[in-house]
Ligand binder design. Structure first.
Ligand SMILES: CCCCCCCC/C=C\CCCCCCCC(=O)SCCNC(=O)CCNC(=O)[C@H](O)C(C)(C)COP(=O)(O)OP(=O)(O)OC[C@H]1O[C@@H](n2cnc3c(N)ncnc32)[C@H](O)[C@@H]1OP(=O)(O)O
Length: 182
């Protein structure tokens, strides 16, 4: 006896929206290597912050106003990110937004450091939240770029919003931010 398989609806066609792991992008590879050391991203299996960056490539190596390379992230706030009981420390939220903005500018233009950031904490972040960080790097002039980022929950709740001015590293900063640790 053969059974007629039940009607199964066709699987929805996967939508390729262009987002890839950060290290799949040529510039993103350098950034991803940096992020293995950074304060925010250096403990991908830890209990504080886990973050995974993704890039959407521009068709050209450097972003233009028409075709920027974009960065976003998925982030998890673990039990050791606590600030107010049961909720994430504002500094952890600010750090996540700060780093994402810096990496967004790096991806879109070149390596940069924060000169000025502002953060609005819109809603308390419950520990255990997995949220999405969205960034928008503005166009750059010779020395700086404006950028913004926000942290959004799976239900669309906006937890934090940030804007920043990031100074693009150039000859005048030679050696200043290379580091290497103590
Ligand atoms: C393949 C090679 C790979 C290389 C790898 C490189 C290593 C990776 C490097 C980087 C990756 C970073 C990944 C993101 C990490 C997360 C982001 C952070 O948290 S970064 C840490 C916190 N930030 C600091 O420690 C900066 C400390 N501050 C400074 O060192 C200086 O103040 C600095 C560099 C920010 C500015 O000093 P000036 O002398 O270079 O710049 P001036 O000429 O004064 O300003 C340039 C423009 O920026 C404006 N500007 C400067 N500071 C401003 C401010 N506070 N507010 C508003 N505008 C400001 C100015 O008005 C000027 O604008 P006008 O060109 O005239 O239009």
């Amino acid at each position: 006896m053969t059974l007629t398989p039940p009607d199964t609806p066709p699987a929805p066609a996967a939508v390729d929206d262009g987002w890839r792991p950060l290290d799949a992008h040529p510039v993103g590879r350098t950034i991803a290597a940096f992020a293995t050391r950074s304060f925010v991203a250096n403990d991908p299996h830890g209990d504080r912050l886990r973050i995974r960056y993704e890039a959407r490539a521009a068709a050209v190596p450097h972003a233009t106003a028409a075709q920027p390379a974009e960065l976003r992230a998925e982030v998890w706030f673990g039990p050791k990110a606590e600030g107010p009981p049961g909720h994430a420390h504002g500094g952890s939220v600010a750090a996540v937004l700060d780093e994402a903005m810096g990496l967004a500018v790096w991806l879109a233009h070149r390596a940069a450091v924060a000169a000025h950031i502002e953060v609005d904490f819109r809603n308390p972040v419950p520990l255990g939240l997995t949220g999405r960080v969205e960034t928008t790097a503005g166009p750059a002039d010779e020395r700086k770029s404006s950028v913004s980022a926000r942290l959004v929950g799976p239900d669309g709740t906006v937890y934090g919003e940030a804007t920043g001015i990031f100074v693009l590293l150039g000859e005048r900063h030679a050696g200043r931010f290379r580091g290497g640790g103590a």
